[in-house]
Design a protein. Structure first.
Length: 441
């Protein structure tokens, strides 16, 4: 017996199933083949099956269809594990043979993702339980006895180890209420209106932690976990450690838990004034963060003084990686893409560079300009400025979005004129106005 894998031909790909099965029998030893179906709403079923890797379940329904799908379980007699380039994603270590078969069958079904297949042992263990209701151990000796039917999880979770950092793997969780908090002794800290965030503080397995829960930008919550995990691995001294992440199987909410940095923000320190020693230390922390950003290819897109917190060790910690992206694989949360105002207005840090343009290096250099200009700070500013041009990330909007933002900025100015005597409201409007006041070239 070789290595066991499964393939799924979704309903809109079944027109090619005879050709696929014939080829699969030549390439592998087919153990099981049977049509199955999900009960109820297919959008919900797809979301529970794919978990947080599926940002738009409705689009999946349109592409792959509803009704009966074909499940095939087969043994691969010649698994070949290596690093494989994945179109539109990062290279991954997997079984090249099953990966190539999956790509071939997708082409036969007209492209897209009308065929699903496992390319690693752990992926088979996860998927076979969801699609058949039986564990991989039960499939080890052939087709298990009993009913074969899908058993989809209530939520997905990823948990990093306490101690030496490990990102943890996203895994389905059965039988747990998806709205349970990940924190003990939790209390609400603040609410964010951009993505309907609710931030709470408490303990996660005995560690002081902060939980951010979102009911709108759910994909961005998983994005925050993965991006901060990669950054913490590259620069553990200057990035807060992510501890856990949960994604509700019904798509109602997602939550990420990060180790709490219980100190002042850099904005508060700047208001009180920095000593030369603090300025030198913080400048070194920013350079370390810049090196990690360049190494990982990540763009934070929201680096300003409030997103740097001074930890107990006296070092700056970068937080709030919810809207960060990999510059080589530009992916935004579908909710952010849909709401143009949030997509382009929320990133006010680099507004001087133009609409839709971000540069973390320039943002940090701007922060350093408010520090006492010691020799170390000047050297750090020069280093960031020299590398800023190469690290510019541009995603220019279309003409319609530019016009909408121009009208939005005009409406803010009008409100500021009307509410000039209400100082608190005026200050809020002025901050939003400064955010949308962008160059158009």
């Amino acid at each position: 017996m070789g290595e066991r894998h499964l393939f799924v031909i979704w309903p809109r790909g079944r027109f090619a199933q005879d050709r696929i099965l014939a080829d699969m029998k030549r390439e592998m030893d087919v153990v099981f083949s049977r049509p199955l179906s999900f009960e109820g709403d297919y959008a919900l079923a797809y979301r529970r099956f794919y978990g947080p890797s599926l940002p738009d379940a409705r689009r999946k329904v349109a592409k792959c269809g509803t009704g009966e799908f074909l499940l095939v379980v087969a043994d691969d007699p010649r698994p070949d594990y290596c690093v494989v380039p994945v179109p539109g994603s990062r290279p991954t270590f997997c079984n090249r043979h099953t990966f190539e078969l999956k790509q071939r069958y997708r082409e036969w079904c007209g492209g897209g993702h009308r065929v699903h297949g496992t390319v690693r042992r752990d992926e088979f263990e996860r998927d076979v339980r969801m699609l058949t209701g039986h564990s991989a151990d039960e499939w080890a000796d052939g087709v298990p006895s009993g009913e074969i039917s899908p058993s989809l999880p209530d939520c997905w979770a990823a948990v990093s180890e306490l101690g030496p950092f490990a990102a943890g793997k996203v895994r389905p969780v059965w039988g747990e209420p998806p709205d349970d908090s990940l924190l003990m002794n939790a209390s609400v800290l603040q609410e964010g209106r951009y993505l309907n965030d609710l931030v709470s503080v408490g303990e996660c397995r005995g560690v002081p932690a902060v939980e951010k829960r979102s009911t709108k930008g759910m994909w961005s919550i998983g994005n925050e976990y993965s991006m901060s995990a990669r950054m913490h691995e590259a620069a553990p001294g200057v990035v807060a450690r992510p501890l856990a992440w949960r994604f509700a199987g019904d798509g109602r909410s997602a939550a990420v838990v990060t180790e709490r940095v219980a100190g002042d923000s850099l904005a508060e320190r700047l208001r009180r004034g920095l000593s030369p020693q603090e300025a030198d230390s913080f400048a070194a922390d920013m350079l370390e963060l810049a090196d990690a950003l360049a190494k990982t290819g990540i763009v934070h897109r929201d680096l300003f003084a409030d997103n740097f917190i001074v930890g107990a060790d006296g070092r700056l910690k970068a937080i709030d990686w919810q809207l960060a992206i990999d510059r080589t694989l530009y992916r935004e949360d579908p909710w952010v893409r849909k709401h143009w105002k949030f997509r382009y207005v929320v990133f006010g840090v680099n507004r001087e560079m133009g609409l839709g343009v971000w540069n973390d290096f320039a943002a940090m250099e701007k922060l350093l300009s408010a520090f006492p200009q010691t020799a170390a700070v000047v050297a750090a500013r020069r280093s960031l400025a020299d590398r800023a041009e190469a690290m510019t990330f541009a995603a220019p909007p279309d003409a319609a979005t530019r016009m909408k933002l121009w009208l939005y900025a005009l409406s803010l100015r009008f409100q500021m004129v009307l509410r000039g005597r209400r100082h608190r409201k005026y200050a809020q409007l002025e901050r939003r106005w400064r955010t949308v006041k962008c160059k158009w070239d």
